[in-house]
Unconditional design. Sequence first.
Length: 297
Amino acid sequence: MSIKRNRWLIVSVLVVAVAAFLALSLLPIFSATTGRRQSENSTAQSTDTLAAQQEELETRAKGYELVLQREPDNQTALRGLVEARIQLQDIEGVIEPLEKLAELNPDIPDYQVLLGQTKQRVGDLEGAAQSYRAVLTSAPGNMNALQGLVALLIQQERPQAAIGLLQDTLKTADQANQVQAGSIDTTSVQLLLGQIYAEESRFEDAIAIYDQAIKQDAQDFRPLLAKALVLQEQDKKDEAKPLFDNALALAPDQFKDQIQQLSQGQIPTPPGAGTPPAAPQPDESGAAPEKEAEVAQ
């Protein structure tokens, strides 16, 4: 991956830096699992140990499956099965329990977003788009779904469609926010749009949209950083430096190292890299996943 691509990847992360991330995200869990296995290999763990861990995961997954045969709507078991199959790298096997979770929780869009991520990962792009759009139909400002659909359109080499989606979202933002305050984070949408402009080398358009965001909220470090990156890409380092400095001063501590790296033209370390993701939590009515699995065995 090029340095340029990594720079815009970090901006994509910063788009939702002030919002809550999903409690369960497939890509971080998958990456963390892969990282753990690489670490295990580097410490020369025995084949028997690795086989035992694999067997334990398979047993856990089987336990959840047995619970679901008796109680198909048991959300604790559904979430546990999702996590176990991710750790087994059975990404296709994640789809069915996620579909059930999305069906059981229509008021929790995160499940539909995760379903979209999973389908996108296994190559079902049409199914992924349907999942993202299902969320955006009722919540056009859902940044997780919006980012997912934008990434999907870019993957399909349809940048103009992604630009149109974001422009339409911005056009409806004022009205939507009058009905429900804060339903669309205008700045985050602008940052996504500017990111696409920048990746398409439409630098003037990117700077224009970032200037709008800066004018709306001078205390938000994200558009300052994004504009600095565009200027840096154009080799306008003297103009970029004060923007980097301002972004660094305004940013939360967890992003300062990345901003410093970006200002020096380095590939940034993603925020939270190496931090294990949060495991899915059982609902109030469900027993702990381990207990469910033990009963089923």
